[in-house]
Design a protein around this ligand. Structure first.
Ligand SMILES: N[C@@H](CCC(=O)N[C@@H](CS)C(=O)NCC(=O)O)C(=O)O
Length: 209
């Protein structure tokens, strides 16, 4: 199995952390979607990462779909999402909030990189959406009992929160004030201290426009 993409992508990293937790061995192919765009496109016509190439050559794209496959592969007892009910819906909502914030943050970053000027209303809308998503997840972290949402080890929602928060903190330091986001910052520190996170980390490097 090969995981394509660099670990400064929160989408690639959330798959990589899950692979570490599952104990699945894989080859990491750290292609950049810009510098290695043509290589990435051979596996994903959208020229996006992550892409997971299975041993029989099948290629999975989209982090949520990849994790869905991996949960199925390890089986219900080791899946990193509650299997049903309110706990599953809440976890999926947290994941949607954070991956949505990451989608916004990534496309806003590209817009700034490739555009000579952006309309101020667009800038404040994007920045506002990122800020309010972070504030909402900070409140959820603060209301949680225990270190993680589903027991003793991180689930897909815990992982998405930590990976996306780190990406936003590095790509938009002005939008991430640790003092204003205390519960989220504690969550990130707890996650980053785990070997399953530190084994797959890379400081954000902006693409060259
Ligand atoms: N929704 C996708 C988002 C993936 C994504 O946006 N990846 C970024 C890297 S952080 C990318 O490949 N960007 C290149 C591009 O969109 O041109 C997922 O969950 O996998």
């Amino acid at each position: 199995m090969k995981l394509i993409g660099q670990y400064d992508s929160p989408f690639v990293r959330r798959v990589a952390v899950a692979l570490q937790i599952y104990g699945i061995v894989y080859d990491h192919v750290p292609w950049s979607t810009f510098g290695d765009g043509d290589l990435v496109a051979r596996h994903n016509p959208l020229k996006r990462v992550p892409a997971l190439v299975l041993d029989d050559g099948e290629v999975l794209i989209e982090s949520g779909a990849i994790l869905d496959y991996l949960d199925e592969r390890v089986g219900p007892d080791r899946a990193l999402l509650p299997l049903s009910g309110a706990a599953r819906r809440a976890a999926l909502r947290r994941i949607a909030l954070m991956t949505g914030a990451a989608d916004k943050a990534v496309s806003f970053f590209y817009a700034k990189l490739f555009s000579a000027a952006l309309a101020p209303d667009f800038v404040s809308r994007c920045e506002g959406q990122i800020r309010t998503a972070l504030a909402a997840i900070d409140r959820e972290c603060g209301a949680r009992v225990g270190d993680w949402w589903h027991g003793a080890t991180p689930g897909h929602d815990d992982i998405a929160v930590a990976c996306v928060a780190r990406f936003i903190r590095e790509a938009y330091p002005d939008l991430f004030d640790p003092e204003a986001l205390p519960a989220l910052s504690s969550h990130c520190a707890r996650a980053e201290a785990l070997s399953v996170f530190s084994a797959v980390e890379q400081t954000f490097t902006p693409p060259k426009g």
